[in-house]
Design a protein around this ligand. Structure first.
Ligand code: SF4
Length: 387
């Protein structure tokens, strides 16, 4: 019997210092002893989840954070051993680890390679040291380059680099400079996100002082980035993700195409056997062995139809309209009447059976998808009245 595909996410919530824009779940008071206890609990959770995952094959594993690269490599070996003992992990599974240039140290990458980590995601954010300092990052561009070359010489041939744009005082040329520096190193994958000022962050507290690029400049940055990276041999396979052919993040593509996943650790989310559930951020409760699951919800047929559209539209190739109709026995035209208007505005494009965002559309995708939500709620409401 063919096994169903599964992805695994492991959250490592430790950082040296909190960056000014960050609202991810991370703690800055971690010690080696705490790291080890935390990983011990992750391994326990993995072992107890294994019974329910029979019949599944793990296709991707992702260590995210936080700063996974802060931990000793032997701790990842423990996690991967627990996974391989408890789950059927595909031999060719993509195993990614997020890495912060401020944490690179002797022998770390060789050890990761030896235990089967085969992809790195390095958080650079900017090639300009002034911008890095403004973001509260603990590394310089030179630290990043050093980390990148050490990882290459340890044998990593699948590296992603993270950038951000729309930073305080950043100009179009300043962002182009960061892109050029990164492209000159020829990583296989580049992610680039627009800075958002999230509630509770250091930036949030002094938001009125930040001189952020206006919306027009942000749009120009997005367009320039798309054109430049495409010119240099990367293709945009998702709203903020670019890859050389064959180097898309298989883990993230799994999220966007509806693959099931299990998340372990604080603030980790799962989508498994028709339910979505997430863990709280309460690390003390987690360490003491309590169940920290919260927000459990069943995904009904209508939720699944809506998610198919919301997640699929993030992808460069968009969605197949006939697949929507076949899988959910619903009419796309009836469920999302505003799509036609967005096509006329040049924000959506229809090619054969597929509907996707144009470059302009990607930049305002949140607005378009909010309209889709309103369309779909009305359609479902009408369904209810017809019953
Ligand atoms: S290193 Fe990453 S997770 Fe840690 S504080 Fe900075 S942005 Fe947040």
């Amino acid at each position: 019997m063919k096994r169903k595909e599964l992805s695994i996410y492991i959250h490592i919530p430790f950082c040296k210092r909190k960056c000014n824009y960050c609202d991810f779940c991370s703690f800055t008071d971690g010690t080696e002893e705490l790291h080890s206890r935390y990983v011990g609990r992750i391994c326990e959770e993995i072992r107890s989840a294994s019974v329910s995952a029979q019949g599944y094959a793990v296709k991707t594993v992702y260590f995210g954070g936080g700063t996974p690269s802060l931990l000793d490599a032997s701790l990842f070996e423990r996690v991967l051993s627990a996974l391989r003992e408890s789950f059927c992990v595909d031999e060719a599974a993509e195993i990614t680890l997020e890495c912060n240039p401020a944490t690179a140290r002797e022998g770390f990458f060789e050890k990761l390679r030896a235990i089967g980590v085969n992809r790195l995601s390095i958080g650079l954010q900017s090639a300009d040291d002034t911008e890095l300092a403004a973001l509260g990052r603990l590394h310089s561009y030179a630290d990043f380059e050093h980390t990148y070359f050490v990882a290459r010489s340890a044998g990593f041939d699948n590296i992603s680099v993270d950038l951000m744009y729309g930073l305080p005082d950043q100009t179009l040329d300043g962002f182009k400079y960061s892109l050029e520096k990164v492209v000159s190193l020829a990583p296989e994958h580049i992610s680039s996100y627009l800075l958002k000022i999230e509630e509770g962050t250091a930036f949030w507290k002094r938001a009125s002082e930040l001189r952020l690029p206006d919306e027009d400049t942000q749009l120009q940055m997005y367009r320039m980035m798309t054109n430049y990276l495409c010119e240099k041999g990367y293709y945009k396979y998702e709203v903020s993700n670019f890859a050389r052919e064959g180097f898309e993040s298989r883990h993230n593509v799994g999220y966007w195409t509806g693959r099931e996943y299990l998340g372990f650790g604080v603030a980790a989310y799962s989508f498994f056997k028709g339910e979505r559930f997430g863990n709280s951020r309460d690390i003390d409760a987690f360490l003491s062995g309590k169940d920290i699951t919260e927000e459990r919800e069943s995904i009904g047929a209508e939720d699944a139809a809506f998610e198919f559209v919301m997640l699929g539209m993030r992808m460069g190739e968009g969605i197949s309209l006939s697949e929507y109709e076949r899988r959910f026995s619903r009419s796309f035209e009836r469920d999302f009447p505003s799509a036609e208007r967005f096509e006329e505005y040049g924000l959506l494009r229809r090619e054969g059976d597929r509907l996707s965002f144009t470059d302009e559309g990607f930049f305002v995708s949140n607005t378009v998808l909010a309209e889709f939500l309103s369309d779909f709620s009305k359609a479902v409401d009408t369904d209810g009245k017809m019953l």
